[in-house]
Design a protein around this ligand. Structure first.
Ligand code: EPZ
Length: 420
């Protein structure tokens, strides 16, 4: 296994190109199951989760030709409708194939994704909505067995909670369903918006895009032709590098980014003392030397994203004063706290509320990544820690950050990837 070795430095300098969004790419790749043609997708990030989903589709019989940041996917020869445990256990977002396979083929088996480090991650809302659309759902030997031999039927669905992949799954299921589906309390994340836009541009009429009430007019079982498209920029990757600039007090520019997807993140960084120069597709951060403490509550988009909580917690260790960070979406998303404490962070955890008593002097040491975003928080802390930090189990990082070492090296970070 590899590990990252970082040496605390004074500042970074230059421009970082942001890659395509992992959490947009995954539903968009699953969406190709609805297509009768070969689908060309551009601006994909080169991260493990993308390779995992493409492997899953290949196992079903699809052909996936992935080069650089482009993929050509043809699902017309899918013969298998079972997503097996060996793949699903490595990436719970595999559940995104359930809706498309079921609505196209009338049957599907997907291994139950199980929980993950950050929480139990149930999928009850996905299954309840598909049952409302006429699917018969059984859970047998750890697998979801779903069938709808005459296809799915559009209906009115209300999600008890806002679920991002649940919304994506039902949008794709409704795309080929018979009749219209109204989905209330839908997720409004930019990644969900792009899925709606692509479907709407390619024969599936969708009203209310970007709002919490979507109306999807199904094609009645007819597959669609999907024109080439490019994945939106990764707002969480962008937010992570903005935190790298803020924590090292460096002026950095991010290119190929969508500033409007980061409003709540920019607002919090502004509260902590940074200012920004924005263009249509770049963000330049002008950090302050004196980082102010902050209060954060994670909520669904457009509020502050849970996927930026760990990064801001690391940043808050460098603020002069007490910061309060409340995690409202997942029940166990503070595993980075104990690793940061080992570096010298003064953090108190009380249930889902972390109190950070900044400013802390951090010391380099050996730390362990526990999940994707926790890993990036450790990288941020290591950038300002005294001495050398070794971050182990960075396979977590590889799932969602495209060329992180290279991107940070290019702006002056002292970072190496070594073998255990
Ligand atoms: C997506 O996960 C993202 N993953 C996560 O990003 C992100 O943290 C999360 O949305 C919240 O924004 C992808 O898009 C691939 P949810 P998802 O369903 O869809 C509860 C990352 O770091 N819930 O929106 O699985 C659930 O327990 C990853 O890139 C149910 O109760 O999250 C949670 O409390 C981590 N029943 C809340 O809803 C359900 O059926 C939000 O979960 C579904 C969800």
């Amino acid at each position: 296994m590899d590990y990252l070795q970082l040496e605390g430095i004074k500042s970074l300098n230059g421009t970082i190109k942001i890659s395509g969004a992992k959490n947009a790419s995954l539903p968009l790749i699953a969406m190709t199951i609805l297509a009768k043609n070969s689908v060309h997708i551009k601006n994909l990030p080169s991260v493990v989760d993308i390779n995992t989903l493409l492997k899953l589709l290949t196992n079903l019989g699809a052909s996936c030709d992935f080069h650089d940041d482009k993929v050509l996917v043809n699902t017309s020869n899918i013969t298998e409708t079972k997503a097996t445990y060996d793949i699903v256990k490595t990436m719970r977002a595999s559940i995104l194939v359930l809706g498309p396979i079921l609505t196209r083929f009338g049957h599907c088996e997907v291994s139950l994704p199980g929980g993950c480090a950050i929480g139990q991650r149930p999928i009850d809302l996905h299954l309840k909505a598909l049952e409302q659309m006429g699917a018969k759902i059984d859970i047998k030997s750890g697998y979801i067995e779903a069938s709808a031999p005459n296809g799915l039927v559009g209906c009115d669905i209300i999600f008890d909670k806002i679920t991002v992949t649940g919304t994506a799954n039902i949008i794709m299921a409704a795309a080929l369903a018979h009749g219209n589906t109204t989905l209330t309390n839908a997720a409004r994340e930019p990644e969900v918006v792009q899925l709606c836009e692509i479907l709407n541009d390619n024969g599936v009429k969708i009203e209310g895009i970007g709002t919490a009430i979507l109306s999807i007019h199904g094609t009645g079982g007819k597959c669609i032709d999907i024109k080439e498209f490019s994945v939106i920029p990764d707002r969480i990757e962008a937010g992570t590098y903005l935190c790298a600039a803020a924590i090292t007090r460096s002026e950095l520019t991010l290119s190929h980014v969508e500033p409007k997807h980061l409003s709540s993140v920019l607002a919090k960084l502004q509260e902590m003392g940074s200012s920004f120069t924005l263009t249509k597709d770049t963000i330049t951060i002008h950090p302050s030397s004196d980082i102010k403490p902050v209060k954060i509550v994670t909520q669904e988009y457009p509020a502050f994203p849970t996927d930026m909580q760990a990064q801001f917690l690391a940043l808050a260790t460098q603020a002069n004063g007490v910061s309060i960070i409340e995690e409202r979406l997942f029940e166990n998303r503070f595993m980075h706290v104990s690793e940061l404490q080992r570096m010298g962070a003064d953090i108190t955890l009380n249930g889902n509320i972390a109190t950070v008593n900044g400013k802390n002097t951090l010391s380099g040491t050996d730390v362990m990544a526990t999940d994707l975003r926790a890993s990036s928080a450790l990288v941020l802390a290591a950038l300002v820690a005294d001495g050398i930090t070794n971050i182990h189990r960075i396979y977590h990082l590889d799932r969602g950050y495209d060329k992180l070492k290279e991107k940070l090296q290019a702006v002056g970070a002292k970072i190496k990837r070594l073998k255990e």
